[in-house]
Each structure stands twice: as structure tokens, then as C-alpha cells.
Write a protein of this length. Structure first.
Length: 74
């Protein structure tokens, strides 16, 4: 993230991203709690003007994973 205040909306779906920033602890964010890794192909979908300024929401990460067979349920 840059020093700019991040937006509270996901850059991909425009829904609330549940980002814990700019709170005092990164542990507040859903992605730190779940220790998620963002695939480069997903990050490449973020518009350039929002890179480093808006966090991707959990739903978009999950949808991307399902579409790309990243999540395997037992």
C-alpha cells in the first residue's frame, strides 16, 4: 500500500473490501487473518489507477480461485 489512504471498496467489484487498513494493526484485515496469497493473474486485473490504493475483497479472491481451480474442497 502507498502512503495514501486506501479506499474501502474492492477495485474489482466495487463492494466493501473489509480491509483493516489504515487501522493500527495489519492483523485487522481479512487477508492477514486468513494468510491469503493473491495470484499475480488476479492482481493484474486491478486497474492501474487503483494499484496499491485499494484492497481486493475476499469474495473476489474466492471467485477467482474457483474459476481457476485453485481451491480444492475435500
Amino acid at each position: 500500500m502507498s502512503n495514501e489512504k486506501p479506499t474501502k471498496l474492492c477495485p474489482l467489484c466495487n463492494q466493501p473490501n473489509q480491509c483493516g487498513q489504515p487501522k493500527s494493526s495489519k492483523d485487522e484485515c481479512w487477508c492477514f487473518k486468513s494468510n491469503v496469497r493473491f495470484p499475480k493473474a488476479l492482481l493484474n486485473q486491478v486497474p492501474k489507477e487503483k494499484l496499491g490504493k485499494a484492497c481486493i475483497c475476499q469474495q473476489c479472491v474466492e471467485d477467482f480461485a474457483k474459476k481457476n481451480a485453485i481451491i480444492h474442497k475435500c
